[in-house]
Design a protein around this ligand. Sequence first.
Ligand code: BEZ
Length: 252
Amino acid sequence: MKWNAELYDQKHAFVYQYGESVLELLDAQPGERILDLGCGTGYLTQQINDLGADVVGIDYSPEMIQKAKETYPEVSFSVANASKFSFTEPFDAVFSNAALHWVQDHDSMMRCVYNNLKPGGRFVAEMGGKGNVQQLIAATKQVLLKYGYSKQAEIMLWRFPGLGEYTSELESHGFRVTFALHFDRPTALQDGDEGVAKWIAMFGEQYFEGVPSEQKQLMLKEITELLRPTYYKDGIWYSDYKRLRFIAFKEL
Ligand code: BEZ
């Protein structure tokens, strides 16, 4: 998937604004070596850098990494696959915000994180948890089916695991999970009545592959209207985000 890094920064700032509270969970210390996994355009990587840590940001998207390098030339960034990366020097911590739900192979990703941490190192992350954007996905699939796009309606773009299943997976990869939380966080969308369509254009474009542009606009309006009763409150559109956070240590 090709990312529009400009649009991401302009319209989806909430991704990293909320990420600042995940940074508190990371509690980065000066001099620590930290990996930001799925760093996007690098805003939080830069914050970790400002805390005095020795940070590296990696992302699968070359567009995101190019933007990150342009914006924060003093920080180290590179394109890498979350399930296949390897560094010569291990990390004190691996941090990830709003990225892990894009990973296809969580088994390999957890193995990579484990192998690239120092003994006693920590994996601190937030991702979409079970039920995340469930209403948005259901409305999108309903409209795709109505218009005869049954193949697109079967697409599973993301994995949103439950707390029990994910912490068990972490444990089976050698981590000791000391904190995990699964909570609702309705998240305000920008651009008023256009907000749902803009979110889908940014993150769910694959659902509309092969759909003519005029029809797509019509479908996005229908999706928006299906969501209005639950998404629209007091003049603001909120997406049904559910977050999964955890801290997991590589056992000594
Ligand atoms: C999320 O942060 O929950 C999310 C972002 C993009 C696509 C799907 C989920």
